[in-house]
Design a protein around this ligand. Structure first.
Ligand code: ZN
Length: 255
């Protein structure tokens, strides 16, 4: 089976639930290759699977960060010899000789995705947690076999993983998924509109003092003047009163 980026994202972002784990281990348990687990063990195995996969993947992603420049160089990612992700892969490769499978078009290819659960039958079969930790490492090995490993990124805001369509030479330290990028731009727009409103309001707030008595009596109060002229609400004005009255535009006339 070929490496499936979407499958990896699902496992990283959503994890597995205990039923999925139980289901995926059922036949191996029936063959006596692993110890049959309880619901709690399956739940624990599912949690450890995700933690382990996230830890390995994060080591890979962070290896491209340059903290001094606060820049991320995805193409320069490189595991350090002897690191956790290095050793995990090494252990896995030592005990799982790669298997071959045929693609749909008949070409042999390595199958890193579904390794034999245990290479050698040990006298005490491993439990679900141990097996699932090994599977997490297998998924990581499979990622490291794929060129898309450079495209994998983690969102700085929601911490979910995504694949970049294209990999630039470097990114600034923050990286956002599509959802957070649009949420961030909506938020920036909202902030900008609010600031524009406040600036406008502060200008008119100061201008009130220069108005003729006749104009003032037409509007009644300074607040109402702002409501009528700018379409603001009284709530907005009272909530931001000190900011409007004290900003430089307002203060110059207001002192
Ligand atoms: Zn995000």
């Amino acid at each position: 089976m070929q490496f499936d980026p979407d499958h990896l994202l699902r496992m990283l972002n959503r994890g597995l639930n205990e039923r999925t784990v139980e289901f995926s281990l059922r036949s191996a348990a029936q063959r006596g290759e692993i110890a049959i687990g309880t619901v709690d063990e399956f739940r624990d195995a599912a949690a450890k699977f995700q933690t382990c996969l996230v830890e390995l993947v994060d080591e890979w992603i962070w290896s491209g960060l340059n903290p001094e420049e606060d820049l991320d160089y995805p193409r320069k990612r490189k595991l350090r010899q002897g690191s956790k992700a290095w050793n995990a892969q090494m252990r896995w490769l030592n005990s799982h000789s790669p298997r071959f499978t045929l693609t749909a078009t008949g070409e042999p290819e390595y199958d890193f995705r579904l390794p034999p659960i245990s290479h050698r039958r040990s006298s005490t079969p491993p439990g679900p947690t141990e097996v699932m930790q090994t599977r997490a490492i297998a998924e990581f090995v499979s990622l490291m076999q794929s060129p898309v490993k450079y495209n994998l990124a983690k969102c700085s805001r929601c911490e979910r993983y995504h694949f970049r369509k294209k990999v630039r030479e470097f990114y600034n330290g923050k990286s956002f998924c599509a959802e957070c990028r649009s949420a961030a731009s909506v938020e920036a727009d909202r902030k900008k509109r609010r600031e524009d409103k406040l600036t406008e309001a502060a200008k008119l707030w100061g201008k009130w003092d220069t108005l003729s008595a006749q104009t003032r009596s037409k509007y009644g109060t300074r607040e109402n003047y702002l409501v009528e002229r700018l379409g603001l609400t009284l709530t907005f004005i009272s909530r931001n009163r000190s900011e409007i009255a004290q900003s430089p535009e307002g203060a110059s006339h207001n002192a």
